[in-house]
Design a protein around this ligand. Sequence first.
Ligand code: BGC
Length: 260
Amino acid sequence: MPARKTLIDDTRPVLGIDIGGSGIKGALVDTASGELLSERIRLATPEGARPEDVAEVVADLVRKLNYSGPIGCGFPAVVLNGIVMTAANVHETWVGKDINQLLGAATGQPVYALNDADAAGMAEMRFGVGRLQSKGVIIMLTIGTGIGSAIFVDGKLVPNTEFGHMEIRGKDAEKRASDAARKRKDLSWKEWAERFSEFLNRLEWLFWPDLFILGGGISKETDKYLHYLKVRTKIVPAELENQAGIVGAALYAAAQVHLD
Ligand code: BGC
């Protein structure tokens, strides 16, 4: 049988990068299997996380992996067609910046950026827990410095939801119930779970989801708090842990290249 012809070589690894408040992580990803094909490199996010400084670190990461080709990049903000629209946990000068252009110029490669939780959610749906159940309304939450969200309806992402900024008791939900808030306020797991339950309950009343997937560093510690959460909806921890953001970003870039 003749080889199938596609616009890009599906077997070529794609670089996925996850920009976070403390680290910028990246690896080459096999977008067909979700496996990492290189070491996972983590460089410190520069102090203040200003656009130009972040771009330099991203370029450094690309050089370290000796990579050329499309780059997917998860970023902790609303990203609309490459334009950063918000800046809750990154430098305010990001707002209005074309991140694809900025990182594209710094690396010399085509860059496709999206919200970090959307990236993690896409990876979880394809290769993690979501592969077993994709029908219905599924909400993935990443709990770290902030609370990121991604909502899938029958497997299709509705991008840039920002449930972490829902107002609860007069405050941003993530200011009360992120993992950073738990540490900052020295909350016990039970106290934190009460706050987090309140947030989940609000989402339940608004979206009536079939499943919550909990990601971020805290997904490894479910034994400490899962039994304290009082919710109607089934909850499962994410499976890909700290690789989800990288893998999802690579998936996104591969899909964008096909669309271009
Ligand atoms: C940002 C989101 C992001 C989340 C997790 C929030 O503060 O507004 O865009 O997904 O943090 O990084």
